[in-house]
Write a protein that binds this ligand. Structure first.
Ligand code: ANZ
Ligand code: ZN
Length: 833
C-alpha cells in the first residue's frame, strides 16, 4: 500500500495529487490488457486517434474524457478492457509544417507525438500503453502496403485516368468530401479540376452491402450518422433509356428514376464537362463550338453541391443536336449544362420540366416547352397550378395524362409498363444507381505510405512481393517537398529506379502515396497485434477482441472514415482475414467544445488552451467539467461551464474520505439505513446512466451522494458509521470515471489500492424500497382520508385506491359519483351528485 496523504491533510491539492499518482500508475499500468491467462470477458473501447499536429487541445480533452468514462466503467464491471491509443501521423499537416520550417516531417511528427503522449499520461486516460501504434512508422505502413497488394490482386485497387479535384495551393488531389463549398477543406483555396491517372479502391463493389448493413447498426449508432451514410451511398432505382441521336451512329443512354414521365420529356441535357458533350459540340457548327468551350471553362470550378443546387441560376449551351424520344419519336433538342454531373448515371438526362424542378428552372431560363404528363392533385382533389405558369414543378404522384399507352395509370404501373415496352424495343431496362464513387486514394505528396507497385514496360503494374515490404519512404533530406503537381518522390531517382519483381528488368516505382484514410481504415485491427512482424494482425487476437464494442469520436468523421473502415472490414472478411462485417458495433459522437458561441480558433481570438486550464484547475476538474457539461452529443460552450466549481466539488468529495474513521472492511449492514439506501440507489442508477451515455446525470448523482454523506458525517450518523465509509467508497469508485486523481487519493485514504480496478459494488436491492408520499382524498372538496402511496403511482391505480378508502366510502354513501379528479400522487377529489 502507498503511504497515505503527506501534504496538508485538510487541503485538497490537485497538483500534489497529480504528482503523487502519475508515477504510481506508470509503474502499475492498471490498464494493460494483454496479460496471459486473463480470464475476464473482453470489451474493446476505441477512441479515434489524433493527428499529431501540436499539443492536445480542448476537443481532444472532451473526446478522451468521455471515452474514458466508458472504458473505466467496464473495467469496474469486471471486463478485460482493451482501450488503446495511437497516432494518425501521416498527412498534410505534418508535411506542410515541415515545408514551412524546412525540417524533416519525421522528426517533427515524432516530437509532437512525444508531447501529446506526455499530455495524455497527465490527463490520466485509461490507455494500454503497451499497444501504441503510429501510422508513419514503417512497421505500420508496411501492412498498408501488404493490404494494398491484396486488394490489387482482387481487382479492388486499380488505376484509371479521370478528372479529379485539384487543390492548386496544396498541389494535391482531393476526394469529393474534402471539397467544402468549392474550397479545399484544408486551406480554403478554390478547387479546380485536373485530368490524372490515379489509384482507386473499388468501394462501389460493396455499395449494396454498405447500405443494407446499416440496418444492423440501427440501435447502436446515432441515427444521424446512419442517415449520412445512407445519403452518401445514395442508392436509387430507375431505368436506363436509350435515345437515338441524329447524325451519330451510337444512341446515348440516360438514367432516370421517373421513366413514367418519358412523354413529358421536352429536351435533353448532357454534362458540360463530359466527353460526350465535347463530342456532340464537335459535330455542331463552329459558333457552337466556341460558345461551348467558353462555357466549359466558366463552370470548371463549381463544386458538385453547387451544381446540383436548385437555388443556382441555370446556365447552358444549345448544341444544335437532337435526340429521338423512343416512346413517341419526338425530336428533343440537346443542351449542355453543369447541372448534370458527368460521373453520375450516364452523364446525360432526359429533361421533364413539368415534374422536375431543376429541369423546369432550366426550361424557363432557356424558353423551352413544358408538358404535364402526371395529373397531380392536392389533398382536396384540386389540380395543382400549371408548372409552366407557377414555376413550381409537380413532383408528386398522380394519374398519367398525355402519355399514350400509359394514360390512366398510376406511377408504379406506368413505370412497369413503360419499362416492359422499352425492353421489347431494346430501348431500355431497369437499373440501379449510386451516388457513391470509388475511393481515390493516390496523393502526390511525400508524407504518406508509398504505393507498393512497380511499373515495368514488359509486365505492367507489378505488386511488390511481401518479402520486399515495406517500401520505405526515401529520406526527406535532399528532396524538395514543395508541392508541384507531381509527387516529390519522383525526384528521388535512386529510389524510383528499381528492378521488376516479375521479370528482373529495369522498372520504376510508383511515386504516389496513399490517402491517410487508408491508415485509419484498419488501425483498429492493428492494435490487437501491435508489434507483429509476420502479418497485419493475428487471427487469435481478432477472435478475442474484435469487432470494437464501443467507438468514440467526432461527428466530423461520420461519413468517410466510417465508410472506408466498413469497406475495409468487408473486403478483409471476403479475404478470410476476419469473420465479421462491421468494424464498430456501437458509436458515440461527442459534440464540439466552443467558446462564446463559436468554434475555437486562434484567428477568432477565442482559443482556450488546454494546458492553461489544466494548470489552473487540474486534470480532474477539467475532465469532470467535460462530462458534467451536458449530454455527450451536445456542444459545450466553455464560457458557460465552471471548472472552478468542479474543483470545489472535488475538494468536498475528497474531504469525505479524509473524515471517515471506521476501519476498511467493516460490515456496512449495521450502518445508517437511510444513507445506505441513498448509496445503493446511486449505484443502481449510475450503472444504467453510464451505459446510456448520460454521464452528466451520473455526475449530478455523485454530487448528491456527496452532500447526503457530508450531512451524515456532520449532523447525523457521524464519521465512524459504517454506512459513511460505504458511501465514501462508492463516491470514490464512481468519481474515478471522471476524476481519477481525486478518486485514487480517496481510495487510498480509505485503505485500498487501485480504484480503477475496484469491483463495482453489488447493488443491495433490499435497500431500495421506495419512499412514499401522502395523498389526500377529498369528497366534494372536504378531506376524508389520507393514503401513503409510492411517488410513481399511476392515475388509475390511485383513483381505485381513493374510491375504496374507508373515509371516502363513508362520505360517498349512496350518492352517485359524477367525476373523479386525480392529481397523482398527492390529491384525489371525488365529486358526487
Ligand atoms: C427524368 C425525371 C423526371 C427525373 C422527374 C426526376 C424527376 P437520383 O434520385 O439522385 O438518382 N439525373 C440523372 N442523371 C443525372 C446526372 N448525371 N446529373 C444530374 N441529374 C441526373 O436522381 C435521378 C434523377 O436525377 C433522374 O431522374 C434524372 O432526372 C436526374 F419528374 O429523369 B430524372
Ligand atoms: Zn517486368
Amino acid at each position: 500500500m502507498t503511504t497515505p496523504v503527506e501534504n496538508d491533510e485538510n487541503r485538497y491539492d490537485f497538483r500534489a495529487l497529480e504528482e503523487r499518482w502519475q508515477p504510481v500508475w506508470e509503474e502499475r499500468q492498471p490498464f494493460r490488457s494483454g496479460r496471459e491467462g486473463d480470464e475476464r470477458p473482453t470489451k474493446y473501447v476505441l477512441d479515434m486517434f489524433p493527428y499529431p499536429s501540436g499539443d492536445l487541445h480542448m476537443g481532444h480533452a472532451e473526446a478522451y474524457a468521455l471515452g474514458d468514462v466508458i472504458a473505466r466503467h467496464w473495467v469496474q464491471k469486471g471486463f478485460n478492457v482493451l482501450h488503446p491509443i495511437g497516432w494518425d501521423s501521416f498527412g498534410l499537416p505534418a508535411e506542410n509544417a515541415a515545408i514551412k520550417r524546412g525540417i524533416d516531417p519525421y522528426g517533427w511528427t515524432e516530437d509532437n507525438i512525444a508531447q501529446q503522449k506526455a499530455s495524455m499520461k497527465r490527463y490520466a486516460c485509461s490507455f494500454d500503453w503497451d499497444r501504441v501504434l503510429m501510422t508513419h512508422r514503417p512497421d505500420y505502413y508496411r501492412w498498408n502496403q501488404w493490404l494494398f497488394t491484396r486488394l490489387f490482386e482482387r481487382g479492388l485497387a486499380y488505376r484509371k485516368p479521370s478528372l479529379v479535384n485539384w487543390c492548386p495551393k496544396d498541389q494535391t488531389v482531393l476526394a469529393n468530401e474534402q471539397v467544402v463549398g468549392g474550397l479545399c477543406e484544408r486551406c480554403d483555396t478554390p478547387v479546380t479540376k485536373k485530368k490524372l491517372t490515379q489509384w482507386y479502391f473499388k468501394v462501389t463493389d460493396y455499395a449494396d452491402e454498405l447500405l443494407d448493413d446499416l440496418e444492423t447498426l440501427r440501435d447502436t449508432w446515432p441515427s444521424k450518422v446512419i442517415a449520412m451514410q445512407r445519403n452518401w451511398i445514395g442508392r436509387s432505382y430507375g431505368a436506363d433509356v436509350r435515345f437515338r441521336i441524329e447524325g451519330r451512329d451510337e444512341p446515348i443512354d440516360i438514367y432516370t428514376t421517373r421513366p413514367d414521365t418519358l412523354y413529358g420529356a421536352t429536351f435533353m441535357v448532357v454534362a458540360a464537362d463530359s466527353d460526350l458533350a465535347a463530342e456532340l459540340a464537335n459535330g455542331a457548327d463552329g459558333e457552337v463550338r466556341e460558345e461551348f468551350d467558353r462555357y466549359v471553362e466558366s463552370v470548371k470550378n463549381a463544386s458538385e453541391i453547387d451544381r446540383l443546387s436548385t437555388e443556382r441560376p441555370k446556365t447552358g449551351v444549345f448544341l444544335k443536336r437532337y435526340g429521338i424520344n423512343p416512346v413517341n419519336g419526338e425530336r428533343l433538342p440537346i443542351w449542355a449544362s453543369d447541372y448534370v454531373l458527368a460521373d453520375y448515371g450516364h452523364g446525360a438526362i432526359m429533361a421533364v420540366p413539368a415534374h422536375d424542378q431543376r429541369d423546369l428552372d432550366f426550361a424557363r431560363a432557356m424558353d423551352l416547352p413544358v408538358r404535364v404528363v402526371v395529373d397531380v392533385r392536392d389533398e382536396d382533389g384540386a389540380a395543382l397550378p400549371d408548372p409552366a405558369e407557377s414555376g413550381i414543378a409537380t413532383a408528386g404522384e398522380g394519374v398519367m395524362i398525355n402519355s399514350g399507352s400509359l394514360d390512366g395509370l398510376g406511377k408504379a404501373e406506368a413505370i412497369d409498363k413503360v419499362i416492359a415496352e422499352l425492353a421489347t424495343d431494346g430501348a431500355g431496362e431497369r437499373s440501379v444507381n449510386y451516388r457513391l464513387r470509388d475511393w481515390l486514394i493516390s496523393r502526390q505528396r511525400y508524407w504518406g505510405t508509398p504505393i507498393p507497385i512497380v511499373h515495368c514496360d514488359a509486365c505492367g503494374e507489378v505488386p511488390v512481393p511481401d518479402d520486399q515490404l515495406p517500401v520505405t519512404l526515401p529520406a526527406a533530406e535532399g528532396l524538395d517537398l514543395k508541392p508541384k503537381g507531381q509527387s516529390p518522390l519522383a525526384a528521388a531517382t535512386d529510389w524510383v529506379s528499381t528492378t521488376c519483381p516479375r521479370c528482373g528488368g529495369a522498372a520504376l516505382r510508383d511515386t504516389d502515396t496513399m490517402d491517410t484514410f487508408v491508415d485509419s481504415s484498419w488501425y483498429y485491427l492493428r492494435y490487437l497485434s501491435v508489434g507483429k512482424t509476420d502479418g497485419p494482425f493475428d487471427p487469435a487476437d481478432v477472435a478475442r477482441w474484435a469487432p470494437v464494442d464501443q467507438y468514440v469520436g467526432g461527428v466530423t468523421h461520420a461519413i468517410l472514415h466510417l465508410l472506408y473502415s466498413r469497406f475495409f472490414t468487408k473486403a478483409l472478411r471476403d479475404m478470410g482475414l476476419v469473420d465479421f462485417s462491421e468494424p464498430f458495433s456501437a458509436l458515440l459522437n461527442q459534440g464540439m467544445v466552443q467558446m462564446d458561441g463559436s468554434a475555437m480558433s486562434k484567428s477568432r481570438g477565442n482559443l482556450v488552451r488546454l494546458s492553461e486550464q489544466l494548470d489552473e484547475f487540474g486534470v480532474d476538474a477539467v475532465r469532470l467539467t467535460m462530462a458534467f457539461a451536458g449530454p455527450p452529443e451536445d456542444d459545450i460552450d466553455w464560457a458557460d461551464v465552471s471548472p472552478g466549481g468542479s474543483a470545489k466539488f472535488l475538494a468536498r468529495a475528497w474531504r469525505l474520505a479524509r473524515d471517515v474513521t471506521s476501519e476498511p472492511g467493516v460490515d456496512p449492514a449495521t450502518g445508517d439505513a437511510e444513507l445506505r439506501a441513498h448509496t445503493h440507489r446511486t449505484l443502481k442508477e449510475s450503472q444504467e446512466l453510464v451505459e446510456g451515455f448520460r454521464f452528466n446525470v451520473v455526475v449530478a448523482k455523485v454530487m448528491e451522494l456527496v452532500n447526503v454523506t457530508r450531512k451524515a458525517i456532520d449532523t447525523g450518523a457521524g464519521p465512524a458509521d459504517p454506512a459513511v465509509r460505504e458511501a465514501a467508497e462508492v463516491v470514490s469508485i464512481l468519481l474515478s470515471l471522471f476524476a481519477p486523481y481525486a478518486a485514487e487519493d480517496m481510495w487510498s485514504m480509505l485503505g485500498h489500492e487501485d480504484v480503477a480496478l475496484a469491483t463495482y459494488p453489488t447493488v443491495d436491492e433490499s435497500l431500495l424500497v421506495e419512499e412514499t408520499v401522502t395523498c389526500i382524498v377529498q369528497v366534494k372538496g372536504k378531506v376524508r382520508d389520507r393514503l401513503e402511496v409510492p411517488p410513481s403511482i399511476g392515475e388509475d391505480e390511485l383513483k381505485e385506491l381513493a374510491l375504496a378508502s374507508d373515509g371516502a366510502q363513508r362520505a360517498i354513501g349512496d350518492a352517485a359519483i359524477r367525476t373523479v379528479i386525480v392529481r397523482a400522487p398527492r390529491l384525489v377529489n371525488i365529486v358526487t351528485a
